[in-house]
Design a protein around this ligand. Sequence first.
Ligand SMILES: [Zn+2]
Length: 356
Amino acid sequence: MKKEIITRAGIPIELCEYLDDFYLISEMANKTLDELRSGLPIWIPAEIYRQMNLSVWVYSDIRVNAFCYYKDEKNYIALSLGLLTEFWNEVNDFVNQENLALVIKLSESNKPYVIDTLYFCMLNFAIAHEFGHIVHGHLREGKCENGIDEMLCISNDSDHKNKKMKNWMTQLKEYDADSFAVSIQSRMFLKYWKNDDMQWNLCVFDRMFITNYLCFRTFAEKTGRNFDTYITKNIAEYDHPHPGIRMYYSCIHYLDWLGRVFGFGENTIKILLSGVHLIVTYEKNVLEKEKVKESYFSIAYTKKGVQHVMNLHNGWQEWTEHFNQYAYIPIEKNENIDSIMFSLDEKGEFINKEEN
Ligand SMILES: [Zn+2]
């Protein structure tokens, strides 16, 4: 088995090709990692992939984390034992929860297949997210000490204003890495598209939305961040976006990718609405979350939520040119979003107003 030791902030970390056999998760995780590794080279043109000199590793830390790292023109993606285990638990809990049938019908015989697929897709998204940090030059730009972590790493900047600025810059990079991961995930799911079977397509794409929801929820709950007071806190107090915000802008990007392939007609809209409806009803009916501030996804539909989504999208566009100097592939600059409808007030009541 290949091993390599890297040093981050003075601490050596042993990276391994596979998890040692003695963990419960090892067999499943190692098999999935092999499949994932074989998919990476087709994400970008072959010559650029070769230049990136990329490898995917695991390391035995029980904290939930994934990180990317750059040194001597080599790029590393590393997933922690904690992440590989927590994603597995999350998927199993999701599929086996008692009330799931209120929103999704799964036969007992189909459950193991769904568990394996969701696990694969969640890890695929996590790796694609780290790949996004690398391929868009976030590491080569050099302001992040050659590495970006997904777990909370509190900035030791004592200046409040500086700290907020750093947090916001981190959120923008997270937004961009998520956008890249969405493009990879869309391409993967589009392979399963059947022209003559819309019901099948809806089931397939619902899984794509569940994957994202579970990924963002795990990252929000298991990486040391607390989003309970999101509604009253300044958005720049957080270093990573709220999970519902990540879900919302991912949906916008999914819509964009589907639209590029199929146009923005009835089928594209149906897929988006089905995915969004699934997550909203899941939080409401299965998790029985009554208040909007307790529901991750619903919070994105408040005035504060849509403003946050716009700030991230528009804020990142101002940085694309700068990061293009360090990126391996060109970063697309998109048009600014001028307004998004918001439909919930902070108490969770429906309203119908357009934000200008
Ligand atoms: Zn990230």
